[in-house]
Design a protein around this ligand. Structure first.
Ligand SMILES: [Fe+2]
Length: 257
C-alpha cells in the first residue's frame, strides 16, 4: 500500500515530535503493509512554519537512512487552499508536489470552502497539476453540500479521505460523509494523515477492511494501492469512477439518523 498523506517529518509541524517517533511511525506503517509514505507537512496554513525545501529534504534523507526503505519516504506537503496556491506550487515552488510529480495535496480550511475555489483548482489543472483535496469529508461546507465537491470531482479534482474518518475517529457525521463520498465515486485515495504514535496513527488496513464492505475488495484496494501508486509515480490514476450526485434525500437521511 501507498500512503500519500502523513505528518511523519520530525519537528516540522504538529506531526512527529522527534526523529524517534518518526521512525516508530514508519515502522508501524511498514508493519501494516505500507511500502511508500509521502511526508506532507502543513504549508502556508498561517499556523505552522512553512519550511524551506532544503531543510525538508535533509529531514527526509535522515528518516530514510534510519528506515532503510521500509517504508520509503517521499516529499510532498499539505498546502492550505488560498488564492495563491498556483504561485506556491508552480511559480515560487515553495509547496512541493506529491513525490515531485503532477499532483498537489490541498486542504480547505475546516469551516469553509472559499468562493471561487473551483476556478483556482481549474487554473491549477491548466498548469498540469491535479489537485488532490485532503479529507473533504471533514470540511463543514462539503459535509453540508456534498454536491459542491461532486462538481469539483466532475472537473477532474481528486478526493482523499482519512482512514480515521472511515473508522469514526472524527465523529459520526464525518464518518457518514466519508462513506457517502466513497459510495458516490467522489473519493480516489485513502490515506492515513497520521500525526503521531498516540492518537493519529499510521496504517491503512483497518480502513480498507471497512471500505471493502461498502464498495467491495477491488475498489477498496485500489484506493490504497493502484491509485496512490500512480500518484507517486506521476502517472494518471487507473481507477476513476463515474461520480454520482449525492441526492438531497440521501442527505436528509445522512443528518436525520
Ligand atoms: Fe494532514
Amino acid at each position: 500500500m501507498i500512503d500519500i498523506h502523513s505528518h511523519i517529518l520530525p519537528e516540522t509541524d504538529d506531526g512527529a515530535h522527534d526523529l524517534d517517533e518518526a521512525v516508530e511511525m514508519g515502522m508501524l506503517s511498514a508493519g501494516d503493509g505500507v511500502t511508500v509514505m509521502v511526508a506532507t507537512p502543513h504549508a502556508h496554513d498561517s499556523v505552522h512554519e512553512t519550511h524551506t525545501l532544503s531543510s525538508l529534504r535533509t529531514k527526509i534523507d535522515l528518516l530514510n537512512s534510519r528506515l532503510n526503505g521500509r517504508p520509503r519516504i517521499e516529499l510532498g506537503c499539505e498546502l492550505r487552499f488560498t488564492h495563491d496556491v498556483i504561485k506556491h506550487v508552480c511559480l515560487d515552488k515553495s509547496a512541493p508536489t506529491l513525490a515531485g510529480g503532477p499532483y498537489a495535496l490541498i486542504e480547505f480550511p475546516h469551516l469553509i470552502a472559499p468562493v471561487g475555489s473551483e476556478r483556482v483548482l481549474f487554473e491549477l489543472m491548466s498548469n498540469q497539476i491535479t489537485p488532490v483535496i485532503a479529507h473533504p469529508e471533514r470540511n463543514r461546507v462539503l459535509i453540508a453540500e456534498p454536491e459542491r465537491f461532486f462538481g469539483m470531482v466532475e472537473m477532474g479534482v481528486l478526493g482523499q479521505v482519512d482512514s480515521g474518518s472511515i473508522l469514526g475517529q472524527f465523529g459520526k457525521m464525518v464518518q457518514k460523509t466519508a462513506r457517502l463520498m466513497i459510495e458516490h465515486g467522489l473519493i480516489h485515495i485513502i490515506a492515513s494523515d497520521c500525526h503521531n504514535t498516540r492518537n493519529r496513527l499510521p496504517g491503512l488496513s483497518n480502513a480498507v477492511a471497512a471500505t471493502s464492505k461498502l464498495v467491495g475488495d477491488e475498489v477498496a484496494q485500489a484506493l490504497v494501492d493502484a491509485n496512490p501508486r500512480a500518484v507517486v509515480e506521476g502517472k494518471p490514476i487507473p481507477y476513476r469512477f463515474d461520480p454520482v450526485l449525492p441526492s438531497k434525500k440521501k442527505r436528509w437521511f445522512l443528518f436525520g439518523r
